[in-house]
Design a protein around this ligand. Sequence first.
Ligand code: SF4
Length: 439
Amino acid sequence: MGEYRQPSNEQEFEQNFAQIKPLMNKTEAYYESSRCLFCYNAPCVEACPTHIDIPLFIRQINTDNIMGAARTIYDSNYFGNACGKVCPTEVLCEGACVYNHQDVKPIEIGRLQNYATSKAIADDVKFYTQGKANGKRAAIIGSGPAGIACACELRKAGVHVDIYEAKSNATGLTVNGIAPYKITNEDVLEELAYLQTQFGFNILYNSPIMSKDDIARLEKDYDAIFLGVGNGETSVLGIPGEDKANVHGAVEIIEHLRREHYKVAFGKKVIVLGGGNTAMDAASESARMGCPDVTLAYRRSKEEMGAYHFEYELAKDAGVKGLFNAAPVEFYGNGKVTGVKFIKTKVENGKLTNITGSEFVLECDMVIMATGQKSHDYLFDSISNLEVNGTKVKAENYQTTNPKYFVGGDCLNGGAEVVNAAYDGKHAAIAILQFLGIR
Ligand code: SF4
C-alpha cells in the first residue's frame, strides 16, 4: 500500500506523481521490440481504436528506424505520444497481445510508442505538409484531442482552420482531465506545438462560443463547423448539503491539480463518490497528495463499477479504501463539509434498492463527486436544428442533424478515451472534406 507525504514543493509533487509509464531508453526499447512476434492479423492492431500498424512500428524500432516508427504511429493517430501514455493499454492493445494467452507479460506497446514519438517531437522531425489553400474555411469549437486531430486533417487538405477555445490553454481533456502520473503538462503541450508547427492551424484562446450571436458569426464566416467541446462540469447529485465548502466536482479538482500541483489543498479524510475511471483518478490523486484516509464510495458493488479493474488496483496501491453498496443521502457540516450520510443498498428483483434503517455517517473534511458530467446545453441550444440525446449530439458519420455542423469526441460518445477523440476528430475531418467537395 502506498504511503505518500503531502508534497510541499514541485520536486515532492513530481515524486508522488512519478510517471507510471516512464520513457524507455534505447536498450529497453531494443529488448522490448525484440520480444514482439510480429503477428499476422495482429490482435493488438484490432484492439487499437485508431488501428495503428503496431507490429510494423515495433519492427521499425527494432531495426533502429525510429523516425519510420514515429511516422507509422502518426499516420494513424495525431496524438501518438499522448495516447502512448494515457491510453488504457491494459484493456486495448496490450490487453489483446497474444502473450497474454501464454501467461507472459504482453509487449509494452504504449511505452514503445512513446519511445518513437517523443524522439520525433524532440528532434522536431516534420512528417506532413499543409495542403495548398483551397479557399474553404472551417471553425472548430474546442481544442481538445478531437478538435486538434480534426484541424490537422483539414489543414493537410488546404482548409483554413480557426480553433475557438474557451480556456487559456489547449488540448482539453489531455491537459485538464488526465491524472498527472499518466502524462505531464509539458508532454502534452510539446506534442501540441509539434502538430501546430506542421499543420499551421490557429488557436484563439479565451474565445468561448456562448450565444446565438457567436454562432451566427461563425456560420457567416465559415463553410463548416466542428463541435469538439467534450463534456461540461460535474453534474449535481441533488441531495441536501451539496453546496457545502470542500465538496468538489472531480473534473474541477483534477483540472485544478493539473495546473497548481502541490499548491492545491486536499483534506485529511477524503470521500470520493463514484465508480468510474474519473473516480479512480480522483481517489488516487487524493492519496498522492498525502491524504492519509481516502475512501472511494460507490452505490453499487465493486464488480459493477464502470472503472477498469487496473485503475481500481492503481487506486488501492496508492492507499485508497473501497466502500461499496453505499449511496450518499446527505452532506453534513456547518459551512464546511464534515461528513456524508450514506444508506446501504442491495439489488432486489434486478433493481438497486436502499436498505431501510441502514443509514450511517462517515466523517470527512473533503468530498469529491465523480458522478457524471453535464452537457454544453447553452451551446447546443444556440444552434438551429441540432438534435441532442442526453449529453450526446446526434450525428451520422460525424455530421449532425444541422448539415453544416460536425461533431466528435466526448460530446458525441458521451465520454471516452483521448484515443477515441483523436480518431473521431480525424474522421470527422474526412466527412467535412467530403461535405466541402474536396475529397
Ligand atoms: Fe507483437 Fe503482441 Fe501485437 Fe503480436 S499481439 S504483434 S506479439 S504486440
